[in-house]
Design a binder for this molecule. Structure first.
Ligand SMILES: Cc1cc2nc3c(=O)[nH]c(=O)nc-3n(C[C@H](O)[C@H](O)[C@H](O)COP(=O)(O)OP(=O)(O)OC[C@H]3O[C@@H](n4cnc5c(N)ncnc54)[C@H](O)[C@@H]3O)c2cc1C
Length: 340
C-alpha cells in the first residue's frame, strides 16, 4: 500500500470509529470521505466552508457558529464589527451543514468537539476561525461592573448599542474617553473609532471633549488620526495621549466615572474601554496559542502548534485583521485542502 493509500485507509477506519454515537450529527456508517469541521462562521470560517464544499462536493463540510447574526453580510454600522461572509441560505444550498451552537471543548485524542448544547461531534480535519476575545487586564477597579458601564463594543453588537445610547445622553459639554490597549488588535478599527467620536462631538456636542488614552508607546495612529481630522475639518481639540504622557491606565472607578492614569486623574462622562485581545477562547482551550495570546501559523494558516489544524482569519498571530484578509485566509485554506 503506498503512503497516500495507507493514509486514506487509516482515515477511513478512524472516521467510521469516531462517527459512531455522534448524537445524530455524524453521518452513519463507515466513510471514506474526510469530514471537515470549521469552528466560527465569521467571514473567514463561512467563506472557507463555502470554498471547501464547492471545490470538493464529495467531502462533507460542517460549520459551527454560535451567533446566527454573524452569517451573511450586514451594513457597516457605527461601533460594530462587519459581517461579510456567505449567509445561511447560500451555505445550505451549497451543501454545507451549519450547526448553530458553541464549541466549548476539544478532544484531540478522540477527534471530537463538545458543544454547549451537550452534543458532541466528530471531525477528521479541523479548521478554526474563532476570531478574537478580550483578555483580562490587572487594572484595579476594572471588574464586570466597570466593563458593563464602559462597554468595549469591540465585536459585541449589544455593547455597541449600549455605547450608542450612552453617547445619545452625553451632557452638552461632556467628556468622552476612548481607551486603547498597548497592543491594539485592529488598528484600522481603532482609528475609525476615534474618528467616529471626533465627528460626533464636532457635529452634535461642540462644547464636548475627546481624550484618547492610548496604552502604546506610540504608533502611526496618532498621526493618521490628526491627518484625517484635518481633512474632515474636525475640531482639533482631541487629546491623544500615548503611554508615556498619560495614556497608561492605573486604576478605574466606573461608577464615579474616574480613570487614574500615569499623568493624573481624569473624569469622564462616557468611556469606551477597549481591552487587549487574543485569539478566540476555543483556540486557547485547544492549546493553539503561544505566549502572545494568538495562534502562530505558517503563511498558509497551518498551526505551528498542531500542523494538522488550519487557523483562519483574525485568530492568527500575523493576521492584519481585516475582512479582506479573513477572506484571503479562507481561500488559502481551501487551496491547501483541495490538494490534500
Ligand atoms: C469594532 C471592529 C470594527 C471593524 N471594522 C472593520 C471594517 O470596517 N473593515 C474591515 O475590513 N474589518 C473590520 N474589522 C475587522 C473584521 O471584523 C475582522 O477582521 C473579521 O471579522 C475577521 O473575521 P474572522 O472570521 O476571522 O473572525 P470573526 O468575524 O470575529 O468571526 C469569528 C466567529 O467565530 C464565532 N465563534 C468563536 N468561537 C466560537 C465557538 N467556540 N463556537 C462557535 N462559534 C464560535 C464567533 O461567534 C464569530 O462569529 C473590525 C473589527 C472590529 C473589532
Amino acid at each position: 500500500m503506498n503512503e497516500l493509500n495507507r493514509r486514506r485507509f487509516v482515515e477511513y477506519l478512524f472516521a467510521g470509529a469516531v462517527a459512531t454515537g455522534a448524537c445524530g450529527l455524524a453521518t452513519s456508517g463507515l466513510r471514506t470521505r474526510t469530514r471537515r469541521v470549521i469552528v466560527g462562521g465569521g467571514p473567514a470560517g463561512a467563506a472557507a466552508a463555502l470554498a471547501l464544499r464547492t471545490a470538493r462536493p464529495d467531502h462533507p463540510v460542517l460549520l459551527v457558529e454560535r451567533d446566527p447574526r454573524r452569517l451573511g453580510r450586514t451594513e457597516a454600522r457605527t461601533f460594530e464589527r462587519p459581517a461579510a461572509g456567505p449567509d445561511l441560505d447560500i451555505l445550505r444550498r451549497a451543501g454545507v451543514e451549519v450547526v448553530l451552537d458553541d464549541v466549548v471543548a476539544l478532544d484531540w485524542k478522540a477527534a471530537r468537539l463538545d458543544l454547549f448544547s451537550g452534543r458532541s461531534m466528530a471531525f477528521d480535519r479541523l479548521l478554526l476561525a474563532p476570531g478574537t476575545t478580550a483578555l483580562q487586564e490587572p487594572i484595579a477597579g476594572l471588574d464586570n461592573v466597570a466593563r458593563h458601564l464602559w462597554p468595549a463594543a469591540w465585536g459585541s453588537a449589544r455593547e455597541a448599542r449600549r455605547l450608542k445610547s450612552q453617547l445619545a445622553a452625553l451632557p452638552e459639554a461632556g467628556h468622552v474617553v476612548l481607551r486603547l490597549p498597548n497592543d491594539v488588535s485592529h488598528p484600522a478599527a481603532a482609528l475609525n473609532r476615534a474618528l467616529n467620536f471626533a465627528i460626533l462631538l464636532d457635529r452634535k456636542y461642540p462644547r464636548g471633549r475627546l481624550t484618547i488614552l492610548d496604552g502604546s508607546p506610540g504608533s502611526d495612529l496618532v498621526e493618521r488620526f490628526h491627518n484625517r481630522s484635518t481633512l474632515l475639518g474636525l475640531d482639533p481639540r482631541a487629546d491623544w495621549r500615548t503611554a508615556a504622557n498619560g495614556g497608561t491606565v492605573l486604576r478605574v472607578d466606573a461608577t464615579r466615572g474616574e480613570i487614574e492614569t500615569n499623568a493624573g486623574l481624569i473624569q469622564a462622562d462616557v468611556v469606551n474601554f477597549v481591552s487587549p485581545q487574543g485569539a478566540g477562547s476555543i483556540a486557547r482551550a485547544a492549546g493553539l496559542i503561544d505566549t502572545t495570546g494568538w495562534c502562530p501559523t505558517d503563511a498558509q494558516g497551518r498551526s505551528t502548534c498542531r500542523p494538522d489544524v488550519i487557523v483562519l482569519g483574525d485568530a492568527r498571530k500575523e493576521a492584519k485583521r481585516t475582512v479582506a484578509e479573513a477572506l484571503r485566509s479562507a481561500k488559502a485554506a481551501a487551496l491547501i485542502l483541495d490538494r490534500a
